[in-house]
Design a protein around this ligand. Structure first.
Ligand SMILES: *Cc1c(COP(=O)(O)O)cnc(C)c1O
Length: 231
C-alpha cells in the first residue's frame, strides 16, 4: 500500500470511529480533501484511491489545476474569495464555503445571474472572533442571511467555520458547538430559500470533535496529502 493509500485508509477508519461514538451515520458526512499546494499528479492518485471531492483555497490555483484533472471531480472553494475572482470560480465549483461579507454575496449573485446559474454557498462564521480570520461575527450572521436570501442566483446551504489552532482538539469543541447552535437557531426561523443542511467544520487535527458536534463537511488536507511546505 502506498503512503497516500495508507493515510486515506487510516483517516477513513478514524472518521467511521468518530461517527460510531457520536451515533451518526458516516453517509451523512462528506470528506472534502484539501489539495491546496499539491500538484495534479498526487491529486490524481488520491482521486484513484476514491477521493472525488476536492477543496482548494485559492481561485487561481483552482483554475490552473482543474483542467488537468478528471472532469467528475467535485470541486469546493474553501478559502477567502476576492470579489474580482468571483467570475473565475462560479460555475466551476459545487460549493463556496467561504462567503464572508454581504458585498461578496452580492458580487456572486451578480455574476451568477450573468451566467444564468445558481451558486451554492456557505457563510463563514468567525466564532472565536480571531482578528486573523475572515468571516461574519456570530451576531452578524442572521442579519446577513436576511439580506443574502433576497439575492437571485445564490443559495445558502449552511455555515462554515475555521477553528483556532489549539494544542488539544477538545479545546475547540465549544467553537463547533456554537456553530451548530447557530445553524439550529436559523433553521427554526424557516427563512424562505435558506437551508441549513451543511456544517463545514473540522480539519486534520480536530475533525473527530467536529463530527461529534454535527459536522457534515470535513475539510482535511495534511492528514491526506502530508505536510504543506507553505500555506
Ligand atoms: C488548508 C485548509 C484546510 C485543511 O487544513 P489541514 O489542517 O491541512 O487539514 C481546511 N480549511 C481551510 C479553510 C483551509 O485553508
Amino acid at each position: 500500500m502506498s503512503e497516500l493509500a495508507r493515510r486515506i485508509h487510516e483517516l477513513a477508519q478514524e472518521i467511521t470511529a468518530a461517527c460510531h461514538r457520536a451515533g451518526r451515520d458516516p453517509a451523512e458526512i462528506k470528506l472534502v480533501a484539501v489539495s491546496k499546494n499539491f500538484e495534479p499528479d498526487i491529486i490524481q492518485e488520491a482521486y484513484q484511491l476514491g477521493l472525488q471531492v476536492l477543496g482548494e483555497n485559492r481561485a487561481q490555483e483552482l483554475k490552473r489545476k482543474k483542467p488537468q484533472l478528471p472532469e467528475d471531480i467535485e470541486w469546493h472553494l474553501i478559502g477567502t474569495l476576492q470579489r474580482n475572482k468571483v467570475k473565475d470560480v462560479i460555475g466551476e465549483v459545487a460549493l463556496i464555503h467561504s462567503v464572508d461579507s454581504l458585498q461578496l454575496a452580492q458580487e456572486i449573485s451578480k455574476q451568477a445571474q450573468k451566467k444564468g446559474i445558481e451558486v451554492n454557498i456557505l457563510l463563514q462564521v468567525n466564532i472565536a472572533k480571531e482578528a486573523s480570520k475572515h468571516g461574519f461575527a456570530y451576531v452578524e450572521v442572521l442579519e446577513a442571511i436576511k439580506e443574502i436570501c433576497l439575492l437571485s442566483g445564490i443559495k445558502i446551504r449552511g455555515l462554515m467555520t475555521v477553528a483556532p489552532i489549539a494544542p488539544e482538539p477538545e479545546l475547540v469543541r465549544p467553537v463547533f458547538r456554537q456553530l451548530k447552535e447557530l445553524s439550529c437557531t436559523i433553521e427554526r426561523l424557516a427563512i424562505p430559500g435558506v437551508e441549513m443542511q451543511e456544517l463545514s467544520m473540522g480539519m486534520s487535527d480536530d475533525f473527530a470533535v467536529a463530527i461529534e458536534e454535527g459536522a457534515t463537511l470535513l475539510r482535511i488536507g495534511s492528514r491526506i496529502f502530508g505536510h504543506r511546505t507553505y500555506i
